[in-house]
Design a binder for this molecule. Sequence first.
Ligand code: FAQ
Length: 311
Amino acid sequence: STENLEIEFQHKIDQGYNIEPKDWMPEKYRKTHIRQISQHAHSEIVGMLPEGNWITRAPTLRRKVALLAKVQDEAGHGLYLYSATETLGISRDELIEQLHAGKAKYSSIFNYPTLTWADIGAIGWLVDGAAIINQVMLTRTSYGPYARAMVRICKEESFHQRQGYEIMLTLCNGTEVQKQMAQDALSRWWWPSLMMFGPTDAESTHTELSMKWKIKRKSNDELRQQFIDNTVPQAGILGITIPDKDLKWNEKTGHYDFGEIDWEEFWNVVKGNGPCNKQRLDARRSAYEKGAWVREAASQYAEKQRNKEFT
Ligand code: FAQ
């Protein structure tokens, strides 16, 4: 019976085994994964846009090569994650259709604009820094294809994070104007980076079940705290200031206390009303339309190859 299957399934999870595509799984487990992995894939794909904005304007050839490689990695992560989602019985076309129709979510962070070169530094340092904390946890998530994808992705994210921090270091050791640019980027990206971890545990609708199924092994608030504790000393080395007057080391807890996040801003961005939501979706839709001839040519070619094999 389904009830027995569910007990067996939970037992497997509790024992620390991975669930694989052909294993029995509750429908809700499958749906939750389709939701989370596809949101993650969309984030990688949309996440190429803010940084893509600076590829042609990178200040040196070395910076340009590194940024190109990073954005290319993000495309790879997106495709990798779409493949992992497809193992759950949904097609890539459906997933992309959901994104383009505005029905699928992607990370709030990619709806903010990249105004100066320092933003490329801040994204690598803060956004990839936040992504790593979340994704290191996900290397031990219970769904096999997702967990394995995360191992490789984390290695690449760690290069991305260093790439960003090195840009920040260079700017902060540069002229007064350069240091000011780095400060401005930190001031604008700090709070949106904290929002990447999602709503507080009290407001997080999916956490309880996702913890039970070991999809998540740490809560949104735990990961956010870990990110803050890691990042504050790094800002100290750069010599720039985190825009939070309530940020303070707490001897008792062994963590930094921090100020209130603007949740109204967060939900506003999640609901599609952030500074760049429309621009991002328009860019993805337009790329899809303009790429139609490539997809068509590739399918025709594959068809031709198949016919050759049979004759
Ligand atoms: N933005 O109940 P919870 C990257 C939604 S890193 C938008 O807590 P959950 C690398 C959530 O979907 C970024 N929506 O949900 C890179 C849910 O709505 P739903 C991508 C958000 O799933 C770096 C509702 O709020 N990483 O791309 C956000 O248990 C640089 C309630 O929330 C991942 O996706 C948000 N920030 O926990 C690329 C990691 N937060 O679906 C380029 C995998 C929450 O019911 C450049 N995902 N929501 O309609 C996760 O670990 C989880 O899904 C969380 C949210 C932790 C994001």
